[in-house]
Design a protein around this ligand. Structure first.
Ligand code: NAP
Length: 290
């Protein structure tokens, strides 16, 4: 028999009027979003339930039409569907359009509206967890995938002065820079083709790690750690634990933070889109850690 300690979140009680928020991805079994959102719904006494659905790429279109047919509140979209879902939606927020990917859907008056809360989620978490503003700073961004695009949009919207991209596949980094140079021409954009060609670390305010390296505990640092210095701010989007990069940042005395705060804040922004209520951020954070 399952027993619930006093601090454990109450399991969602599904009734005839429960409203559903879906998570669409493949895989979804590892996701911590169900525990985070169901704890938040319970904390506010909302009769909502967040349910994961593993959806193959070939089934994405019918799954999206199914959201409308079933009249759900909305959905989160995760790997590998964040970009592929775009053509199936009726409308996109400015951030989703700039990033070219959607992580949150709201079914509003029968129309599917796509949002991307990763960019603002990152900005809030970066400020909160490092105490540093991005405004006027130069940043090195590792990666050129969906998360990196959200980060560069956040840096641009937050008023950063310059962004340098480093990515394993250099053509992808160049493509990203071409796209964002057109969209944000006042920023100074560059690509580094090898870490040997990196400008000195003292010319940067911060490093944002947005590759998937670090998700396994024995993954090496994706950046040569001897390049770091104590005046840098290091933010790693990986939220599964302290990565080698974060351990190295700690060793040199640099300010640093992992991606848990971003996970909480992107979720809090999505929660508000679905419910029009202020999200219980502390409850959500505790649900992720617990
Ligand atoms: P993605 O679109 O698949 O991009 C993956 C990126 O990682 C690409 O730049 C890829 O480089 C790079 N990469 C993968 N394996 C590598 C390796 N062995 N060595 C060097 N680079 C490698 O994935 P994504 O959606 O951007 O997600 C990236 C990370 O951000 C994931 O860890 C994800 O969990 C995290 N994330 C966190 C949050 C949060 O809330 N904290 C939100 C979104 C994403 P190539 O282009 O060369 O393949």
């Amino acid at each position: 028999m399952t027993t619930w300690s006093r601090s454990a979140p109450t399991p969602p009680r599904v009734t005839g009027t429960t409203r559903v928020v879906a998570l669409l991805g493949d895989p979804v079994g590892h996701s911590r979003s169900p525990q985070m959102h169901n704890a938040a719904f319970a904390a506010l006494g909302l009769n909502y339930c967040y349910v994961p659905f593993p959806v193959r790429s070939s089934a994405l279109r019918p799954a999206i039409r199914g959201l409308v047919a079933l009249g759900v509140v909305g959905a989160n979209v995760t790997i590998p569907h964040k970009e592929r879902v775009v053509p199936y939606l009726d409308e996109l927020s400015i951030e989703a359009r700039l990033i070219g990917a959607v992580n949150t859907i709201h079914l509003y008056e029968g129309r599917l509206v796509g949002y991307n809360t990763d960019a603002r989620g990152f900005l809030r978490a970066f400020r909160e967890d490092t105490g540093v503003s991005v405004r006027g700073g130069r940043f090195l961004v590792l990666g050129a995938g969906g998360a990196a695009r959200a980060v560069v949009v956040a840096l641009a919207l937050g008023g950063a002065r310059a962004v340098t991209i480093a990515n394993r596949s250099v053509p992808k980094a160049r493509q990203l820079v071409r796209r964002f140079r057109r969209l944000f021409p006042s920023l100074d954009w560059s690509v580094v083709t090898s870490f040997r060609a990196l400008p000195p670390s003292r010319t940067f305010r911060g490093v944002v790690q947005a590759t998937s390296v670090g998700m396994r505990s024995d993954d090496p640092s994706p950046l040569p750690v001897e390049w770091l210095n104590r005046s840098l701010v290091v933010y790693d989007l990986v939220y599964s634990g302290p990565t080698m990069l974060l351990k190295a940042a700690e060793d040199v005395g640099a300010r640093h933070a992992g991606g848990l705060g971003m996970l909480v804040h992107q979720g809090a922004l999505a929660f508000t889109i679905w419910t029009a209520r202020r999200a219980p951020v502390d409850v959500m954070r505790r649900a992720l850690i617990g």
